[in-house]
Design a protein around this ligand. Structure first.
Ligand code: ADP
Length: 342
């Protein structure tokens, strides 16, 4: 509507202008006509400029208003977005902090693993070198004829026991490396009756225990867990084997299985030499032995409890130890019950 009025006014103004120009050009120029055509021209020009000025001003005002509106919208949007941007910046800072922390932890863990690996290699080399040096020494003096005929049997026995020590050591190292691999490979877990596993392990160790006049006492109930049978039996074996090795002659070994809430509790208790408080924290370290010469006599590798620790870790099980010097040691492994294991 407004547009139509504007168009008609524009047409009128142009008509007046046109007529005034024609009048000024064709009609005989008397002073009267000149004045009228001048007035017509003026009127047309004023109307035209008024119309155009109005139009230009309106569009100017409109674009100014639009720009202002846009400014206002931008301002409102900015006000709305500012806290959001602040929060995002905070989050970003927190994420960066966390990443930095994780990075440091990973680096520390890597350095720890690297140190452990290097220590392990050094220990393995040392542990293998000791029996090998003995074997080589005994063999050399036999070869050179420096051993009396009647002593040859004794020397051969020493070579045999050193060789046996090496075999045990290599077997334990292999078990530990299999456990390490197991972490990566995720061995298949099956339902295991821990009580039956204990029966099997005790049957294997029965004659060794009997040679020292020791007795195994197994009690408890069927306790089912989800796990790797070979590793679970390895845990039980090492605990029972230690309970024999570090027991007193005619000592007793109590093995029990019980259910404690959502856990299956395996307990191995002996009546042996015990472990001091200070040593208790260290006996699970690889190659750590409370008394090296004593352990050598007994025939340990220093890896048994390490295998127990890693086997328990593999099953997300917890280990608890209590021991009194001269009275005995009790080691508990708390497995997740089959139904509650993930
Ligand atoms: P080892 O092969 O020497 O027995 P372990 O890792 O099994 O190695 O045990 C580490 C050390 O902890 C042993 O050398 C021993 O001194 C001590 N230890 C382990 N079990 C017992 C126990 N039941 N009673 C007393 N001492 C023990």
């Amino acid at each position: 509507m407004k547009r139509k009025i504007f168009q008609s006014m524009l047409f009128l103004a142009l008509l007046i202008l046109g007529l005034s120009l024609c009048a000024a050009y064709y009609v005989p120029t008397t002073w009267g006509w000149r004045v009228w055509s001048l007035l017509g021209l003026l009127l047309g020009a004023v109307t035209l400029s008024f119309l155009l000025a109005g139009k230009i001003t309106r569009s100017l005002i409109r674009s100014l208003a639009d720009a202002r509106l846009e400014d206002l919208e931008t301002q409102t949007l900015y006000e709305e977005l500012r806290p959001l941007a602040g929060r995002m910046l905070d989050q970003n800072r927190q994420i960066q902090k966390q990443l930095k922390k994780q990075n440091t932890e990973l680096k520390r863990e890597y350095e720890k693993q690297d140190r452990m690996r290097r220590d392990f290699t050094a220990n393995v080399s040392h542990e293998l070198k000791t029996p090998l040096t003995s074997i080589s020494g005994y063999a050399e003096i036999i070869r050179d004829g420096l051993v009396k005929q009647e002593d040859i049997g004794r020397f051969a026995g020493k070579i045999y026991s050193e060789t046996q020590r090496m075999i045990d050591l290599v077997a334990d190292i292999l078990k530990l490396s299999q456990l390490d691999e197991g972490y990566q490979m995720r061995m298949e877990r099956v339902s295991i009756n821990v009580y039956t596993s204990c029966q099997r392990v005790i049957a294997r160790l029965q004659s060794t225990a009997e040679q020292s006049g020791m007795r195994f006492m197994l009690s408890g109930m069927e306790g089912r867990i989800l796990g790797v049978e070979k590793i679970v039996e390895e845990i039980i074996y090492n605990l029972c084997d230690n309970a024999i090795k570090y027991n007193r002659p005619q000592g007793e070994i109590f093995v029990s299985i019980s259910e404690v809430g959502e856990k299956i509790l395996l307990k191995v208790r002996d009546t042996g030499i015990g472990i001091s408080k200070e040593e208790q924290a260290r006996v699970f370290e690889r190659f750590y032995r409370v008394e090296k010469s004593h352990s050598k006599e007994i025939g340990g590798t220093g890896l048994g409890l390490s295998i127990v620790k890693h086997g328990a870790l593999y099953h997300d099980a917890r280990i608890e130890m209590s021991s009194v010097l001269g009275e005995g040691t009790e080691i508990c492994v708390l497995f997740h019950k089959e139904a509650s294991a993930s």
